[in-house]
Design a binder for this molecule. Sequence first.
Ligand code: ATP
Ligand code: MG
Length: 134
Amino acid sequence: MNNTLALIKPDAMQKGFKDKIRKDIMENGFVIVEEKTLNLSIEQAEGFYAIHKDKPFFGELVEFMTSNETHIMKLEKENAVVEWRDLMGATNPAEAESGTIRAKYGTDISMNATHGSDSNENAEIEINFFFKDL
Ligand code: ATP
Ligand code: MG
């Protein structure tokens, strides 16, 4: 079994899609091992997306990620990283395959409903970022 970190981003939370997205996750064979809802601080959003700090959209991304609550989930499934990214669809909802979460619930390339780790290594880092007991 493998783990990945999933976020339901502020746009989807604002629009009331949390329960629908959780249902899609469970119906697709994932187990939600841990979960919590947080309103990310600027420091958390900047830290979580530090890899993008030199991108032109970084300011917009941090502003968006702190604009409302985010639902944070540790997911478990065989091949969880790839399986969750497949279920989410492409980064840009306009290009996401129909039936995927971003196609159904995303707004645009910035406000794209969900996040998923992009490798097993980053999944471990991201899970520790939000769930490590201090
Ligand atoms: P995520 O990391 O959130 O799962 P991703 O891996 O599909 O998404 P990344 O390239 O890591 O895409 O980008 C991180 C996030 O930054 C995107 O999910 C989106 O919210 C935002 N983003 C990416 N590209 C753009 C862009 N061109 N303009 C505005 N926002 C963007
Ligand atoms: Mg990414």
